[in-house]
Design a protein around this ligand. Structure first.
Ligand code: SIN
Ligand code: FE2
Length: 213
């Protein structure tokens, strides 16, 4: 009975063709994922990257996996080396890759093999402006995006920057997957409100899995 109740509570909400919110998909792994984020950040600390235009990003970032997403005056790109440590990014934990693969499959994208996981850390007052994920060479593969910690408002836009975005609440354990016709949809995160979560206190983390090369 309980299982049915939970299944009923966890919606799969289509945002567009090729894009779905899988409510609670990663909820049973929240502690495992957050513990791993803590270990990753010991080896590759969260940092505020500089945009090519010279602005400091308010969201703090790090990476796990063979490739990591970085930004500096030279542009946005994927790199095998963490520019702070001069070493490869921490290895992607098996639980990360497996969960991302399962989420992609649940959204209709079989055979997803993430090689990059960008980890974003949002404090109250920080946001991520509308953007497209287009630094990946392989646009056939979807994006898998996992929310952990405090709730946020995910902005789901259209194919042009000017399209007014849908505002979607994403909670701890929610996963959004987008690919196919939705792969280059503009998206972002509205300013994080003051909040309190048992696992992360005031913070929100987001894991974004990509096939980059
Ligand atoms: C991103 O677009 O890189 C992150 C989205 C999110 O934090 O939900
Ligand atoms: Fe993104």
């Amino acid at each position: 009975m309980m299982e049915n109740l939970f299944a009923f509570d966890r919606r799969q909400l289509a945002l567009d063709q090729g894009a779905v919110l899988l409510e609670g998909f990663a909820l049973s792994l929240d502690r495992v994922l957050l513990d791993a984020v803590g270990r990753i950040a010991e080896a590759a600390p969260f940092r505020h990257l500089e945009t090519p235009g010279g602005r400091r990003m308010s969201v703090a970032m790090t990476n796990t996996g063979r490739l990591g997403w970085v930004s500096d005056r030279r542009g946005y790109r994927y790199d095998e080396i963490d520019p702070i440590s001069g070493r490869p990014w921490p290895t992607m934990p098996k639980a990360f890759a497996e969960m991302a693969r399962n989420a992609a499959a649940a959204a209709g994208f079989d055979g997803f093999a993430p090689e990059a996981c960008l980890i974003n850390r949002y404090e109250p007052g920080t946001k991520l402006s509308l953007h497209q994920d287009h630094d990946e060479r392989n646009l056939d593969q979807p994006i898998v995006s996992v929310s952990l910690g405090v709730d946020a408002t995910f902005l789901w836009g259209g194919q042009t920057r000017g399209d007014r975005p849908q505002r979607i609440t994403v909670q701890n354990g929610d996963v959004v997957v987008w690919g196919g016709p939705a792969r280059l949809t503009f998206h972002g995160v509205d300013t994080l409100a003051d909040s309190d979560h048992p696992l992360t206190v005031a913070l929100r983390y987001n894991l974004t899995f990509r096939t980059a090369a």
